[in-house]
Design a protein around this ligand. Structure first.
Ligand SMILES: *Cc1c(COP(=O)(O)O)cnc(C)c1O
Length: 536
């Protein structure tokens, strides 16, 4: 295993990091980096156009990747492999291509667990054409209720689209059983393979699905390239997606004739270096992703689950499956944003939030969870470092609780604190002094959009001076609210209007530790304060 990890330059650059976010994007082996740089250094010419040797050799290499992808997923031929810019792009392509076969009243079945990539394009199409979306529900334990498919399928069903494994729940869909039922009513089965492709052997013929989609960057490859496998004949007469050069055979002023599959769907110059990088990634997967490696990932998954379930106050969400190795959990003590931040301060990379699956979080009644996702290069040491960081994050919190609230750390202490860990501590201490807004006053009116977690804000004026109150379920956000509210309390409207939050955070030395989305959230709060104080 250690031999495998040393092939990834990212871990040489960051020996301090524990990377448990491979479901968002996986790291790439050196061979992928080499394939990309080799293109720019040795062969930066276009494909499918020019006839000189360098260009035709490159076209051959490009087309070889198509064949290698076909072999990797056992597609009958390379004709059925379309290079996209990623899974999302592939779904947009399919929605557009299949639109010519759909009419008002036709039905598309999805599950509540779908990634937005396999949801929003269908929703858009439904709005445009008057289609009906039907949903296979997820129960509160995170189990997709596949048995409900039977009652949803009908003569009106045209498409059934679901993930081979979701990016939050992990379990593999029982594809063969589902496909048989779907085909029995004459509908098409479209499978989102973005997660599963990196964790199991995919055989599209054995699955018998009509389309299978994935992204290069989750399969140890580069960003900006993906694959759409389409069953023979599926897209031959389908509508075109992007149009322009490359995808045409004949162009006259009034009419154009298109290339056959797959070039019909590859308008313009493709992402050549990424396709070559994908070729290197596929070769790496073929040589390295053995059953032993998949078993190793499962072992890491088991160790993480076991360690988490042994800790008081940690709740695992979702079923225990032998699907793709990802784990969702939350802590009774810390809001997911706070936990992720405390882990980040200790060099542990995890995902928090709603994981591009908001419909699912609604079904689970969840306002955000922490996700750990495992890949081939993770090891025992990652697990140990994760748990010592987690324990530290949870105990630091306990110590802080014991601090007498009379000790009021001033903004000066925040300003002079060195490094993120110290600043973070000061911000958390400040957050403790922010009075809570009672639940009954947390009305939609007081809620601010654009923040990572809910922020409630109230304002009142007394003899020309303003008093603000703010609250959030996230402790770090409460701390930051305290930081930005302190200089504005008891100020007249003019002072509030002149307040420059960016300059202020910069001066405190915290701006560059905050993500863009968090800074945007704070800006939204200040904008609201300005509006509230300006309105009266
Ligand atoms: C990541 C992911 C997508 C979207 O992939 P992009 O590379 O962002 O286009 C779709 N579905 C699932 C299950 C995913 O995990």
């Amino acid at each position: 295993m250690s031999h495998l990890r040393t092939q990834f330059p990212f871990f040489r650059q960051h020996p301090e990091l524990v990377y448990f976010d491979s479901a968002a994007t996986a790291q790439v082996p050196q061979t992928v980096v080499d394939a990309i740089t080799d293109y720019y250094i040795r062969a930066k010419v276009n494909v499918h156009r020019s006839g000189y040797r360098l260009a035709s050799q490159l076209t051959d290499r490009f087309e070889q990747v198509r064949s290698d992808v076909a072999t990797y997923i056992n597609a009958p031929s390379a004709r059925q492999i379309v290079f996209t810019y990623g899974t999302t792009d592939g779904f947009n392509l399919l929605a557009q291509a299949l639109s010519s076969r759909l009419k008002a009243g036709d039905e598309i079945i999805l599950t509540e667990a779908e990634h937005h990539a396999n949801l929003v394009p269908w929703q858009q199409l439904a709005h445009k054409l008057g289609l009906v979306l039907r949903w296979i529900p997820v129960d509160k334990h995170g189990a997709i209720q596949w048995q409900q498919l039977d009652s949803l399928l009908s003569q009106r069903t045209r498409l059934v689209c679901f993930a081979h494994a979701s990016n939050t729940l992990g379990a593999y869909a029982p594809i063969k059983t589902l496909v048989a039922k779907i085909h029995a009513v004459g509908a098409l089965c479209i499978v989102d393979g973005a997660q599963a492709i990196a964790h199991c052997q995919v055989d599209v013929q054995a699955m018998d699905c009509d389309a299978y989609l994935f992204s290069g960057h989750k399969l140890y490859g580069p960003t900006g390239v993906g694959v759409l496998y389409a069953r023979e004949g599926l897209l031959d007469d389908a509508a075109v997606y992007r149009s322009g050069g490359e995808m045409v055979q004949q162009v006259a002023k009034s009419h154009s004739e298109f290339q056959p599959m797959p070039l019909k769907y590859e308008a313009g110059t493709p992402n050549i270096s990424a396709v070559l990088g994908l070729g290197a990634a596929i070769a790496w997967c073929r040589d390295n992703l053995t059953d032993a490696i998949f078993a190793h990932e499962q072992q890491i998954y088991r160790d993480l689950r076991q360690g988490l379930s042994a800790r008081a106050g940690i709740e695992l969400v979702g079923e225990d499956t032998d699907g793709v190795p990802l784990i969702l959990f939350k802590s009774a003590q810390l809001h997911p944003q706070d936990l992720a931040l405390a882990l980040d301060a200790q060099n542990i990379c995890v995902r928090t939030g709603k994981h591009c699956a908001m419909v699912l979080h609604d079904a689970l009644h969840s306002d955000g969870l922490v996700r750990l996702s495992v890949a081939a290069y993770n090891n025992r040491q990652d697990v140990e470092r994760f748990f010592s960081a987690l324990d530290r994050a949870l105990t630091i919190e306990d110590d802080d609780m014991a601090l007498p609230t009379a000790q009021l750390p001033e903004l000066d202490e925040l300003r002079s604190a060195k490094g993120w860990e110290n600043k973070y501590r000061q911000i958390m201490l400040l957050g403790k002094q922010l009075p809570k807004i009672p639940t009954e006053q947390q009305s939609p009116d007081s809620l601010i959009e654009g923040c990572e977690s809910p922020v409630y804000l109230l304002a009142a004026e007394r003899s020309g001076r303003w008093q603000f109150q703010a609250d959030s379920p996230s402790k770090i956000i409460r701390g930051l609210l305290m930081v930005i509210l302190l200089p504005l309390q008891q100020q007249p409207r003019e002072a509030i209007n002149e307040f420059d939050v960016d300059a202020y955070l910069h001066e405190l030395g915290v701006a560059h530790f905050l993500s863009q989305s968090r800074q945007n959230g704070l800006r939204a709060v200040i904008e609201r304060l300005k509006t509230l104080s300006g309105l009266s």
